[in-house]
Design a protein around this ligand. Sequence first.
Ligand code: SF4
Length: 717
Amino acid sequence: ATPPGLLPREVATHCPYCALQCGMTLRSDDAGVTVHPRQFPTNRGGLCQKGWTAAELLDHPERLTTPLVRDPASGELQPASWDTALDRVVAGIRAVQDDAGRDSVAVFGGGGLTNEKAYALGKFARIGLRTRNIDYNGRFCMSSAAAAGMCAFGIDRGLPFPLADLGRADTLLLVGANPAETMPPLVRWLTEQRRNGGKLIVIDPRVTATARQADLHLQPLPGTDLAVANALLHIALTEGWVDRAYVADRTTGFDAVRRGVAAWWPARAEQLSGVPVADLEATARALGTAGRVIILTARGAEQHAKGVDTVTAYVNLALALGLPGRDGSGYGCLTGQGNGQGGREHGQKADQLPGYRKIDDPAAREHVAGVWGVPADELPGPGVPAYQLLDSLGTPGGPRALLVFGSNPVVSAPRAARIEGRLRDLDLLVVADLLLSETAALADVVLPTAQWAEEDGTMTNLEGRVLRRRALRPPPSGVRTDLAIISDLAARLAGAESTDANPADANPASVRPAAVAAARFPADPATVFAELRRASAGGAADYAGISWDRIDADDGVYWPCPTEDGPDTPRLFADRFATPDGRARFHPVDHRPAAEEVCATYPLHFTTGRVLAQYQSGTQTRRVAALRRAAPEAFVELHPDLAARLDIDDGDPVRVTSRRGEFSAPARLSAGIRPDTVFAPFHYAGKGRANSVTNDAVDPISGMPEFKICAVRVEKA
Ligand code: SF4
């Protein structure tokens, strides 16, 4: 046991980065903090480069250890005390809200925040700031799969089965997923799957590290995955591989889908996607005739203006084959960010309250308002999705102040230069971060935050398994946790609350003493988690039965878990789906072109993705020496035939231009990409920022931007 007041010198915790949440042990001794892989069910002792080097940022020279406030005279960010910084934030919020109403302040969260922080941030926005304007960067990650899952199954959990099922699959289909680069320890399951005689099929426009391991690689034109799925279902129907009994007993709506895919002859899909009919037939056979079959989608299928429909097409295929709920089979989404799953369950999303409740559901509002101790009619209504929110900043009628926690939209948002301009137009930009990210560099106030090894909390990985993140040491002097910052701000806002009666607001404000507000926003993560459990009780993502002790005892706990003495739920859908009638729902979907098509001026397709040694917007990983050496800068991947046509050699600086902007980076020639398509990773800032050219068209249901396809021209820079 740890002596009172002392933190242990070694803790069992999890990697701060992706949704695999690999188990690791952190040790602190005279040599500093070191990372050691730990046997945990998801990574089985493996770590990727990012995990191995995660401790380097704890004592990094660029780490922020004091608040920064922009000096109006010089225009520079200057070190300031916490009192000065928080007073500036509160004064700025009050000025904007008094002038333009509560919704004039917005909050932007992140999919890497712990469950406790995601919960506290949603609550702070709704009853601390009383704004409807909150959303988070997970909207750019898996929101299309989340929406498709909700529509089909009535619930959204990335994998509705344990990761270990992958190793048992006879056929595993990966659509737009590249785990060999994004989460390498997961590849152990793929290796095991093939060692067991299973077949791995990958659909991806590039020959990725994952595609190279596949038995069959389908390489469609970007934006045509939906047509491929419909053709696969067409073949399954023709060949009699549809599970008629399952469809009749466990689903609704198949007839409309059957009629829709009748038009997707394989030859038509080949003409559109470039995938040969023989490969479509081989894939359909591998899916339709195997025993245990798993279909997984990731960003390649999801980050489109038709992302929800594309995922739905693969869900339709899975349902027609009778996969979801069958032992060792199913459909799932590989969530990307560390807490991409938990981050979307506790109220950071514009349209949700904790427990994955809908914010416009009167019963949900009553329940959550009761936990928060406010009248239900004080809760704001739904806000708008992330891109719409960011694009409205500083515009007439849009928010004039923004608080950012755990996100760097200057690099990660589509059409990034436009969003950068919006941020510059704000009256007040506040960024809480551990490093001076590109977004923080624009802020009026920067608040330095603790890192993952300096605070306790929980994360929910891609399987819906709730995990413990444990503190090795306290935050350094001058640094506060996000929860402490939220608590401090709430107290100061309550103390400053006096006039709040702008006619733009629907509800008159109630003045609350600072002490009450602070009690409502505790900084202690255990207290927040206890409240989160009550708030989630009865919701789809029910954490009521999940205690920290139980997580410790069981290597994590799968939600839903409604009671402490009852079971958790590693596998969903065995008997029924989470819809009112217990049946999964088919939805007919059809191919439509990308939001922007190639033309004479912009004749090439452009798509973005990730590399092994970098993570998301790169704020952290671009500062880690080994990762920077491994992947120092952006590159533009193009086919040698295309390069020859454009007179570009390997390593030449090239410029990529779209209707929205340009970026430049060295050329990297690869025969693994289609000659009509170019690729770049999106982790980089400055002149190598790939999101300078991406399209901000969004999916009408999920709000997901179309990161995966736009039209560009490429030339030697
Ligand atoms: Fe594991 Fe992901 Fe961390 Fe790599 S980045 S060690 S795959 S959790």
